[in-house]
Design a protein around this ligand. Structure first.
Ligand code: SAM
Length: 326
């Protein structure tokens, strides 16, 4: 097991498979985005080596993200090899779902167990406006394919004031009445060049619960308020699914954080909202042994920051979300 200096057991790695994406969500990155050249990104064998090393350090849960993880070349083989690495207990992915219609079945067969699919509205016009390029029908086909492939499905909704904070949120919450999904409402977080827009658009968990409750009836707390990962769970009366609220800004969950992140360019990032990173790609490419890498990672995790500094106006400016892997 690997602990940080606050006694937190860090055992969950989120791996960004690419910084590139086939959408340009307004809260995530600018439309004209410059991506890293391929040779600066981790290659498959480097990712697999790191997964094996992190497993030796007691990491059990791995999530593939990006950018958009499904656009990475050779994805199915990579997933199969990660799933087969000794010590990997849970393998999940966060995706926009656009390519899942064809990829869900082979991904599930390769060992992917869970998928979080981002869908911020059911309205095609608004979806296009929020994602700049996307068609909501493609996401729906992806959600169906993932469900049919037997994967556990959660839906991620980033809420943006004046875009999707009212009827869209209610419609998305309503999906849990008939489907066994967790629909998770995520407070928008400020990053890099899009920070001003993000800060102006934050909608708090409390406001959202009030909006949903007014239309769909009182929400009951699930699990006595205990967090499910980073989400606080609620339920509409008699619903098959649950509502999750991820309130990183107004009600952070840093005390229970068990995560580290691996960026597509091979840095271990210790908190999504802090700029502190540990360079792993450089020692790997300079021939470091597994023992040396284990020491570098252990030392980095020990110094993991307690939490974000948003209340002190400390906003990470070095990268946007797609580069870190949300
Ligand atoms: N492309 C994939 C997707 O759309 O799910 C994976 C990467 S994306 C960066 C991961 C998650 O981060 C998505 O649910 C996305 O909506 C969310 N996200 C992006 N920018 C965000 C921000 N500024 N604040 C909160 N969540 C954000």
């Amino acid at each position: 097991m690997t602990f940080d200096r606050f006694g937190r057991n860090i055992n969950y790695l989120r791996i960004s498979l690419t910084d590139k994406c086939n959408l340009r969500c307004v809260y995530c990155m600018p439309e004209e985005m410059t991506f890293k050249p391929r040779e600066e990104l981790l290659q498959d064998h480097e990712i697999l080596r790191l997964v094996s090393i992190f497993s030796q350090l007691g990491f059990e849960k791995f999530r593939l993200t990006g950018g958009e993880p499904t656009i990475r070349a050779n994805l199915i083989d990579l997933v199969a090899n990660i799933a087969a690495t000794p010590g990997v207990k849970t393998l999940a992915m966060t995706t926009n779902g656009l390519l899942l219609e064809t990829l869900a079945k082979p991904l599930a067969e390769a060992g992917l167990q869970r998928v979080n699919i981002s869908i911020d509205t059911l309205d095609p016009t608004k979806f296009k406006k929020l994602t700049r390029w996307g068609k909501v029908d493609d996401v729906w086909m992806g959600i169906r394919a993932a469900t049919e492939a037997g994967m556990q499905v959660k839906l991620n909704v980033v809420v943006v004031r004046n875009y999707n904070d009212r009827e869209d949120v209610v419609q998305l919450a309503k999906l849990t009445v008939d489907n066994p999904w967790q629909v998770r409402f995520i407070e928008m977080m400020p990053f890099g060049t899009v920070a001003d827009f993000q800060q102006a658009g934050i909608v708090s968990e409390l406001e959202l619960r009030t909006t949903i409750g007014e239309s769909l009836g009182p929400l009951t707390m699930v699990n006595g308020g205990q967090l499910d990962g980073e989400a606080r769970l609620f339920q509409i009366a008699d619903a098959k699914g649950t509502l999750g609220f991820i309130s990183s800004v107004t009600n952070p969950f840093c005390a229970g954080c068990s995560r580290a992140r691996l960026t597509a360019d091979g840095r271990m990032r210790l908190c999504l909202l802090r700029e502190k990173e540990v360079n792993l790609i450089e020692p790997i490419r300079n021939g470091a042994s597994d023992e040396t890498l284990i020491e570098i990672i252990r030392e980095g995790i020990w110094w993991k920051p307690w939490g974000h500094g948003l209340s002190e106006d400390i906003i990470p400016l070095d990268r946007v979300m797609s580069e870190i892997g949300g």
